[in-house]
Write a protein that binds this ligand. Structure first.
Ligand SMILES: NC(=O)c1ccc[n+]([C@@H]2O[C@H](COP(=O)([O-])OP(=O)(O)OC[C@H]3O[C@@H](n4cnc5c(N)ncnc54)[C@H](OP(=O)(O)O)[C@@H]3O)[C@@H](O)[C@H]2O)c1
Length: 304
């Protein structure tokens, strides 16, 4: 089968299309014929070797932590899933990923795919949708009537977070570039440009999903009301705020039950899966190169 792999850490040029044996599912695993995976910024950091301590991948490594596809074989002990099932999942960070024709996945990480969007597009949901949910409700405990700021709302996590927070009854202010502003207004957010100096008032929770410098994190913490929370997926926030502002770093966890709940929202038309671009497997190195150059915007789905 065809896979994209990097044989050493380095720039996007380390990635190549390889032909390898199709793997066999072990205990608790299933084999999935991949319809799509999606690019996440962490993929580029793992490839470059910046996250060797946190996510020590064996080389050569196949990236792709999101999968959407069809189950083609079941490992020992797998129950509740059939061959032919259309599934999505957030794969273990250090295992070989879904930038391949087939991938192994733990059965327990999988949820039924949405039926109202193309199967490959559903690969844009798992890691980022779970991150948005966990940031809002596991870490921040967003409640109806609260005022929430989403910094970096133009990205994949931000788009889901805005929709989920609005539906939870919060008033949402979102910072985003012009190209995403109209879409985020359509989700119900008040949109302001990316200059946080222009944001006024204080918020119950500030969510940061943008790779911002530490100085900006201090400014974001300053926008949190006394006793509120700054929740971030990127740069850590300042600690020991005398106003009792909690700084929380998110590390997304796989959660098939929560993923199934997000799928229900997609199929009910309440959670929009926004995709900026589709590419084929052999184009993935170019996607990594664009991410490294800072010219990649929005969610890219890689179709197998
Ligand atoms: N810790 C975790 O568990 C975890 C999980 C998932 C993601 N993450 C991280 O969270 C971040 C967001 O993920 P994602 O998938 O949503 O990435 P993404 O789709 O690339 O979105 C990031 C967005 O941030 C905006 N942005 C960039 N620089 C900004 C700045 N200086 N100020 C304000 N906005 C800025 C851009 O929006 P515009 O296009 O509107 O300018 C961009 O679309 C990434 O860094 C990712 O690695 C961490």
């Amino acid at each position: 089968m065809k896979v994209i792999r990097f044989h050493e850490h380095g720039d996007a040029g380390t990635m190549q299309l390889d032909d390898v044996e199709q793997p066999t599912p072990g205990s608790g695993q299933v084999l999935i014929k991949v319809a799509g995976t999606s690019f996440n910024p962490v993929d580029a950091s793992i490839r470059a070797g910046y996250l060797r301590q946190v996510f020590p991948v064996a080389l050569p490594h196949t990236p792709g932590i999101d999968v959407a596809g069809t189950v083609t074989a079941l490992g020992e002990g797998v129950t509740g899933l059939q061959v032919g099932a259309r599934v999505i999942g957030f794969l273990p960070m250090t295992a070989d990923g879904a930038a391949a024709e087939y991938v192994l996945a733990p059965a327990e990480a999988l949820a039924a795919a949405p039926t109202t969007i193309p199967l490959a597009d559903a690969a844009a949901l798992p890691a980022t949708g779970l991150t948005a949910w966990q940031a809002l409700f596991d870490h921040a405990d967003v409640q109806p009537g609260q005022r929430i700021l989403v910094n970096g709302a133009g990205g994949a996590v931000g788009g889901y977070a805005v929709q989920l927070a609005v539906q939870a009854g919060a008033t949402v202010v979102a910072t985003a570039g012009e190209r995403n502003a109209e879409r985020l207004r359509g989700y119900g957010a008040q949109v302001t440009d990316r200059d946080i100096d222009g944001v006024t008032g204080r918020f119950d929770t500030v969510l940061n999903f943008a790779p911002v410098p530490a100085a900006d994190m201090a400014a974001l913490a300053g926008l949190v009301r006394d006793g509120g929370a700054l929740v971030t997926t990127t740069t850590p926030g300042p600690q020991d705020d005398p106003r009792g502002v909690r700084s929380i770093s998110v590390f997304v966890q796989s959660d098939a039950g929560r993923l199934a709940a997000l799928v229900e929202r997609v199929d009910a038309g309440r959670l929009h899966v926004h995709i900026a671009d589709h590419v084929t497997l052999d184009e993935l190195p170019a996607v990594h190169a664009r991410s490294d150059a800072g010219t990649l915007s929005g969610k890219t789905v890689i179709v197998s």
